[in-house]
Each structure stands twice: as C-alpha cells, then as structure tokens.
Write a protein that binds this ligand. Structure first.
Ligand code: NAD
Length: 384
C-alpha cells in the first residue's frame, strides 16, 4: 500500500461539476510526431470533464481505492502548516500540476523521507528541485506532449490579442462604448512582421507551424537546431543565440525550459536590444523574464505588449505588478489545462502510475529523472 498526495487547484466558485459548454471533445489519434497518446488500461472519467481541480482528482480516486492505496487530494500547499506539508512526511508519491505547483524544494524533500515518485500532471517539472530528486533517487515524470498543442494555441491567441489590441477593444464593447479610435490606436496586423520563438521543441515548433499561414517572417533560436528540411519547410531563419533573435523580431515567444541558462534571459539588457514596439509572449516559465525589467519596458513604451500565462510564484499575490502593468494580456496559468489537455494528462498520469505499481518501465518520453540521473525527455530538456 502506498500513500499519494495530490495537489490540485481549487474547485470552481460555482461548485463541482460545472455545467459543460460541450458534450464531448474531439478524438485525437496520435501526437504530431506520430507518438501514441496515453494508453492506460482503462480510465474512470469522461474525456471533457474537469479533472484538474480537487473534486476532479485527475479521475484517479477509484484507481487508488481499488489498489488499496491512500490518496489525499488538496489545494492547500503553502507554508509549514499546509495540508501538503502535513502529509509529506509519509508520502510515497506526490502529484502536482504546474498551474498550481506544489513546490518540491530541497527542504521539503528533507521532510519527505519515503518519497519515491514525483509526478507532474502536465509538462514542466521545474517546480521540483531536480538536483535533489537526483540525489535522493526520486523518479520524476510528466506527460510529454499532453498539452503542447493546447499551449501553442493559447500562444497564437495571445500574440494576436496583443498585436491587434483585443483586450482594450473588448473592454470598450463590454462597457457600452463604441470608441473605434481608442480601440485601434494601438492595433496592427501581424502580416509582414518578424516573429521568433525561443526554443523550437514540441510547443515552439507547433507555434511556428500555426503562424506560417499568417504571412510573417519566422525565426527561432534553440540549442538543438532543427533538421534542414524542417527549417526549409517552415521557411524559418535560425539564430545561434537569443541576442541575435531578440534583435531581429517584432514578436518574441518563449518556449524554453526554465534552467540556469534561461533564468532571467529577458533582462533589461536584452529587452533594450529589441526593436521599439516589440511584443513578448511567455507561456514557458515566468522566471525566464526579469519581472521588474518587463514592467519598466512596458511603462517606458519600449515594449508594446506582454502576454502569457506563467507567473512567479503561483498563485501570484493580488498586487503582483503583472496584473496591472500597461498593455498586458496576461491570463492565469491556464493554457495547458484546457479540458482537452486534462483528458490527456490525466490518462497519462494513470498510465505512469499503472507502470510504476506493476514494476514496468515508465515510457522514456515521460521521464525527467530516474535512477539518480536525467532520463528520457529530461536528458534533452533539463540537462545543462
Ligand atoms: P520540449 O522538451 O519539447 O522542448 C524544449 C526545447 O527547449 C528543446 O527543443 C530544447 O532543445 C530547447 N532548449 C533547451 N535548453 C535551451 C536553452 N538554454 N535555450 C534555448 N532552447 C533550449 O518542451 P515543450 O513541450 O515544448 O515545453 C517547453 C516548456 O514549456 C516546458 O519546459 C514548460 O516549462 C513550458 N510549458 C508550459 C505550459 C503551460 O501551461 N503554460 C505547458 C507545457 C509546457
């Protein structure tokens, strides 16, 4: 028998379950690279249900009960008196989502002597101290590809929202106005612009593919260069470093993992090297940009807009400056947790748990850390 602590975001204010807008979600046959979708033996939820909140429990309550395991599901994750901390001391498994991250710091690892498996329901395990996980032999895994297209779609939406000045225009419409000049005084077409991604992994490449028909000039920087035929198909220009990319684009979209090299990558110096009136969208991790430098660049008008869905910490305080900085189109961390994405990462979480309990190997593409070293996707994305 194992004990699992699952940290999920709170239920909707109007109660659970919500009234769903649609009856079902489309069936996706495979991921864009041909790899198969999560394949647990069975699922105990209807795809399209809200699974990522406490009552949803990733559709795993029956799975844990049938296995005779103890499951604690909570949203209470901050501070030494939180339910999360209380249950850490005898937890074998921690499951958390990047949208409502249970930060597994070195201190918390020290208070979790039985911990063997840290699962991210979604993608991006930087809320786990990966060095400590390696030192303690804790396996870290996530559901690679489960929400990559979800994030790419959100990114394209936010690029368009910024450049076309959607948020203020919607505000005028919703508040009874018809102030066309006020709406369009900052509205442009992206056609003809230079748009670049930092990292062309699963999400970055999907963003490039989705933007190609908009008639923009595409750019990218990645530490791993795409094959020549892919670059040529996309018509994308490669930059050997982020400085070269930043100076060459009107819109920069960040899709790199948060590691030492990308921490505060968009600092004051890099922002000043960008064209006046540039836009940044960040759906990767907040700390890849310098929070204060972003605010200053928006206030001075050097940046024309900033959007994204990643903040630090999460949830941010009510007076976090990114809530009110000028010309922002921020959302809470939602891009990767659409109902469509939840169905995939909940099934993937179950697949990983089934394999782990049965002593079978976890799919290599799901692995971040195993046996004291980076493994699978972790060896590509997080190895420095
Ligand atoms: P991926 O592993 O497919 O791609 C990561 C890419 O980053 C790889 O191509 C790698 O070569 C590149 N890279 C690594 N180090 C780099 C560096 N120093 N500079 C530039 N490029 C570098 O990952 P993905 O699925 O595309 O996800 C990317 C990131 O997006 C994740 O690490 C996560 O933080 C974030 N994410 C956010 C959400 C969300 O809901 N907002 C959801 C999923 C993932």
């Amino acid at each position: 028998m194992a004990k699992c602590v699952m940290v999920l975001y709170p239920d909707p204010l109007d109660g659970y379950p919500p009234k769903y807008a649609r009856e079902s979600i489309p069936v996706i046959e495979c991921y864009p690279d041909g790899s198969s979708l999560p394949s647990p033996s069975v699922i105990d939820f209807r795809p399209g249900e809200l699974l990522g909140c406490v009552s949803g429990a990733l559709g795993l309550r029956k799975f844990f009960a049938d296995g005779g395991h103890e499951l604690v599901v909570t949203a209470d994750k901050e501070g030494p008196h939180s339910e999360f901390e209380h249950h850490l001391s005898d937890a074998d498994i921690v499951i958390s989502q990047p949208f409502w991250p249970a930060y597994l710091t070195k201190d918390r690892f020290a208070r979790a002597p039985k911990l063997k498996l840290a699962l991210t329901a979604g993608i991006g395990s930087d809320h786990v101290d990966l060095d400590e996980a390696r030192a303690r032999g804790v396996t870290v895994a996530e559901e690679t590809y489960s929400n990559s297209i979800s994030v790419a779609e959100h990114t394209v939406m936010q690029i368009l929202a910024l450049v076309r000045n959607f948020v203020p225009a919607h505000r005028w419409a919703a508040t009874g106005g018809w102030n066309i000049a006020d709406c369009v005084a900052r509205a442009y077409d992206i056609e003809g612009m230079d748009v670049g991604v930092i990292a062309a992994g699963r999400i970055g490449r999907a963003v490039l593919e989705r933007l190609r028909p908009f008639g923009v000039r595409l750019h990218y920087f990645d530490v791993h260069r795409l094959p020549a035929e892919v670059e040529s198909d996309l018509g994308v220009t490669y930059h050997p470093d982020v400085e070269s990319l930043a100076a060459s684009v009107d819109v920069a979209s960040i899709h790199s993992p948060l590691i030492a090299q990308t921490h505060h990558m968009f600092n004051d110096k890099l922002l000043k090297s960008m064209r006046r009136g540039s836009y940044i969208v960040n759906t990767a991790r907040a700390q890849e940009t310098d929070q204060k430098a972003i605010v200053a660049a928006l206030e001075s008008g050097h940046l024309a807009g900033y959007a994204g869905d990643v903040w630090y910490p999460q949830p941010p305080s009510p007076d976090h400056p990114w809530r009110t900085m000028p010309n922002n189109a921020m959302t809470p961390h939602v891009s990767g947790t659409s109902l469509s994405a939840q169905a995939r990462y909940a099934a993937g979480t179950r697949e990983i748990l089934e394999d782990w309990f049965a002593g079978r190997p976890i799919r290599s593409e799901y692995l971040i850390v195993e046996g004291g070293r980076f493994a699978g996707t972790g060896a590509v994305s997080y190895q420095q």
